[in-house]
Design a binder for this molecule. Structure first.
Ligand code: KIV
Ligand code: ZN
Length: 416
């Protein structure tokens, strides 16, 4: 475990990953069921508490993917290095209508821990132009949806007032109090269009925590979009004001400018352990590998200057910076790359590289991963990988990248 053991004064922060749902809503991204299962397995290794696997009513393919994740991944332990290890909760999204909720529940119910996440817009803009319903009707539909989910046997029900960031605060209190009474256990507050600033979003969470009736015992959750580049800052403001679940995606992928990025949020908390009174079970060593896997499967290339996982995130160009880092890394590095699983040496692998350099790189990028376990289990595997690497290096002029190495591992090891 890369975080210190949880001091008893700290609350658990639930990490809800929506890479496979909101992340898949990134323009141009479609994942197959196999790819979703593979990513979900890696999310459980990473230590995610809740995996939002998809939106089953959207297509038969998505239903099948969510159902397979519930059956094949739902029993896997998450946060396995922490004393609170448990099977990852598998969640599915549903609009606030019975057919959606039934379909979501049918897909997830095979997992030991499962959750239905239902949503309905609450902002006047959405009520008037999209749904064409009154506020009274909105409350009635939200309550009916949560009741329906509970009545068909789902005990873990999350409700989201879509576009909460632009909704009237008093009306939000009315809707949320009503859905709590109906049986909602998690209240998620989406800034659907990425409109809020950290001050606004933090104040909204504080206002709701303090004013929604009957909220004792429910979990407050953040869900921020990055239209103004503020998703991570808004999420942190939510945590500082009482949220104990964060909805995030790997590499920050998602609708339009994306969602809060898991790696940014986790490392902000890592570097400021006293500012946020929470602990979590993310194994930070898994971050780079997970990021690379999501890049490969979604085809969404990470911008070079992306925080934590971008190619330049730990690169130093100017002479002054290089001089400082050579003298002492802490001069210009706030995180050791190895803590997020990024190889700390800059050896370029190519056809002249020997076993030692190859072994070093491989062990750095696979530390604590599913690949490491598989390589340990097969003594002859290293030589097979080395031979495959040499073959590739002979044909690749630009050097062999970490992406190439992960592809070799996928080819040679039957891990997923
Ligand atoms: O951004 C949003 O409002 C959502 C909801 C469905 C939670 O993704
Ligand atoms: Zn969203």
């Amino acid at each position: 475990m890369t975080q210190p053991p949880a001091p008893s004064a700290k609350d658990k922060l639930i990490i809800f990953d929506t890479t496979l749902r909101d992340g898949e809503q990134s323009p141009g991204v479609t994942l197959t069921a196999n790819e979703k299962v593979e990513i979900a397995k890696q999310l459980s290794r990473l230590g995610v508490d809740v995996c939002e696997a998809g939106f089953p009513i959207a297509s038969d393919g998505d239903f099948e993917a969510v159902e397979r994740i519930a059956k094949e991944v739902g029993h896997l332990m998450t946060g396995r290095m922490s004393p609170t290890a448990k099977p990852m909760t598998i969640c599915a999204l549903a609009r606030a209508v019975p057919a959606d909720i039934q379909r979501a529940y049918d897909a997830i119910r095979h997992a030991p821990n499962h959750r239905v996440h239902t949503f309905l817009a609450t902002s006047d803009i959405h009520l008037e132009y999209k749904l064409k319903i009154s506020r009274t009707e909105c409350v009635a539909r939200a309550v009916a949806a949560v009741k329906f989910a509970r009545d068909i046997g789902c005990n873990d029900v999350e409700f989201s007032p879509e576009d909460a960031g632009r909704s009237d605060r008093t009306f939000l209190c009315t809707v949320l109090a009503a859905v709590i009474k109906a049986g909602a256990t998690t209240l998620n507050i989406p800034d659907t269009v990425g409109y809020n600033t950290p001050e606004e979003y933090g104040a909204m969470i504080r206002f709701l925590v303090d004013n929604v009736e009957g909220a004792k015992g429910v979990t407050w959750s953040t869900h921020c979009h990055n239209d103004l580049g503020l998703a991570t800052a808004n999420t942190l403001a939510g945590v500082a004001n009482g949220a104990r679940q964060v909805e995030v995606t790997i590499n920050g992928i998602g609708e339009r400018a994306g969602n809060t990025s898991l790696e940014e949020l986790v490392m902000a908390i890592f570097t400021h352990p006293t500012a946020y009174p929470v602990y979590h079970t993310i194994d930070t060593y898994q971050i780079y590998h997970t990021s690379q896997l999501v890049t490969k499967k979604t085809g969404m290339v990470i911008q070079a200057n992306k925080a934590i996982v971008g190619a330049n995130a730990f690169a130093h160009e100017s002479g002054i910076h290089q001089d400082g880092v050579l003298k002492n890394k802490s001069t210009y590095e706030i995180i050791e790359p190895a803590v997020v699983g990024i190889p700390s040496n800059s050896l370029v692998l190519g056809k002249h590289s020997g076993r030692n350099a190859f072994r070093t790189r491989l062990s750095e990028i696979t530390r604590n991963s599913i690949y490491e376990d598989a390589m340990k289990a097969d003594a002859s595997m290293f030589e097979k990988l080395f031979a495959a690497f040499k073959k590739l290096a002979d044909t690749k002029k630009s050097g062999v990248t970490d992406q190439d190495l992960f592809a070799l591992l996928d080819d040679q090891l039957n891990v997923h």
